[in-house]
Design a protein around this ligand. Structure first.
Ligand code: ZN
Length: 424
């Protein structure tokens, strides 16, 4: 979610195909027998509890494989058709030809095609396995299509929790992660889902979703034991509702006000001290190495992302406009850009960071000093990993190790919030 999440190496990642292969070769020497992946629960959940995840966008071809027979709902010769019981186990080529989607050589005349795998409702797309259904949507220019995974909320969360936290972390930390991720997803779906054909992307832009490969028994336990639980707080109109429960990897010692990073304002999204993450975060995340970027590259990236900055010319100076000061460090929240034309402008520090380093892996946070060094800009004395708003994931793990419950972790990082259970 919102760039800069935990990028820990996943624990025991096995794709569905690999699981099937392991099951199939149970009698062979050296090959361990594993249970096939469990069926997907809640396939009949109402649309408000189905998450539409953008898996691929602006593509012209992909490959689908299923372990079970599947159906295709689409139009052939302008008549709505359902092709049932397509054979499983064979890779199927999906292509866009002359503006039309073609599946295994069969052209469809409509712009939206649904693919429904039978029980256990799992499909493999370009090598990655996901639960639920698949939608193929031709883009308005007819030159490409998007692929959207329609997946029940709890199955979606299993693919998120295991991607955002190592599955071997404390059960209460995993439960806190599940509740935060459920709340964030439902908020985004509610705010933006009605204006587009999908609710969330599968990347750090929202929450990292890796589908079946992120699942484990521990992750499913965390999701099942918190089923339907979301965080709510008082909104400005007096109502009690969910809010964007942002979270990030390692706050560095103090979380940040959302208004300074994302520009929104909710009672629980205020900075709190975090004495916890230093005990869990990798030393190279808690205090990261100095990094440098070529000043010409920085100007080019900023101008490409923010065309209005063109009036500045070359970026000649970057200075601190606003920062949050803590006991022994400060987090930059706004920078002033001075251009070679003499004009200047302001930018949120987090936007500057992710424009210069879209992966967020080099400039890991805005807790750093920015100085000019010849024809380069250096980011020094870095501390923490991520935007720092909301729950600190490493801090959550440290609190869970101390015996804190998921509820205690969440009310610490989202003060003024409470857990509510949605029935569905
Ligand atoms: Zn922290």
């Amino acid at each position: 979610m919102l760039i800069s999440k935990c990028k820990y190496q996943k624990f025991c990642i096995l794709t569905f195909d690999f699981l099937v292969l392991l099951s199939a070769c149970g009698g062979l020497g050296g090959c361990k027998v594993r249970q096939p992946t469990a069926p997907t629960p809640q396939m009949d959940a109402k649309p408000q509890f189905q998450v539409r995840v953008l898996l691929l966008n602006n593509i012209t071809a992909c490959t689908l494989k299923t372990s079970s027979p599947y159906s295709i709902i689409g139009s052939i010769d302008d008549f709505q058709s359902t092709i049932e019981n397509r054979k499983s186990g064979i890779p199927v080529s999906i292509q866009l030809t002359a503006g039309r989607i073609t599946i295994a050589g069969q052209p469809f005349t409509n712009d939206q095609i649904t693919i429904l795998p039978d029980n256990p409702h799992i499909f493999n797309l370009n090598g990655d396995s996901y639960r639920g259904k698949l939608k193929l949507i031709v883009n308005p220019d007819s030159n490409s299509f998007d692929v959207v995974n329609v997946v029940p909320l709890e199955s979606y969360l299993a693919g998120v929790v295991g991607a955002e936290m190592p599955g071997y972390w404390e059960p209460e930390a995993l439960k806190a992660q599940a509740i935060a991720a459920r709340t964030y997803c439902m908020h985004i779906k509610k705010q933006f889902g009605s204006n587009r054909a999908w609710d969330v992307s599968k990347t750090q832009a929202h929450q990292v979703y890796l589908g079946v490969s992120a699942e484990s028994a521990q992750v499913w336990d965390a999701v099942n034991q918190t089923q339907g639980q979301v965080l709510v707080c008082k909104h400005s109109d007096g109502s009690e509702d969910i809010f964007p429960a942002y979270y990030s990897s390692t706050c560095g010692g103090h979380t940040e006000n959302s208004s300074n990073v994302f520009g929104d304002s909710f009672e629980p999204l205020v900075g709190v001290p975090c004495p916890y993450c230093k005990d869990v975060a990798k030393p190279t995340f808690f205090s990261w190495s100095d990094v440098q970027f070529d000043s010409n590259d920085i100007t080019a990236r900023l101008l490409q992302r923010y065309p209005t900055l063109k009036q500045l010319g070359e970026i000649a100076d970057i200075t601190t406009a606003k920062q949050s000061n803590y006991e022994d460090f400060s987090r930059l929240t706004e920078v002033k850009l001075l251009g070679s034309t003499g004009k200047s402008d302001f930018l949120k520090a987090e936007d500057l960071r992710l424009t210069i380093d879209p992966t967020g892996r080099k400039i890991k946070s805005t807790i750093c000093r920015i100085i000019k060094s010849g024809d380069k800009w250096a980011f020094l004395s870095g501390r923490g990993y991520g935007h720092g708003v909301g729950m600190c994931q490493c801090g959550a793990q440290a609190m869970a190790r101390e015996g804190k419950t998921a509820e205690q972790i969440l009310t610490y990082y989202y003060p003024g919030s409470k857990i509510l259970t949605i029935e569905y």
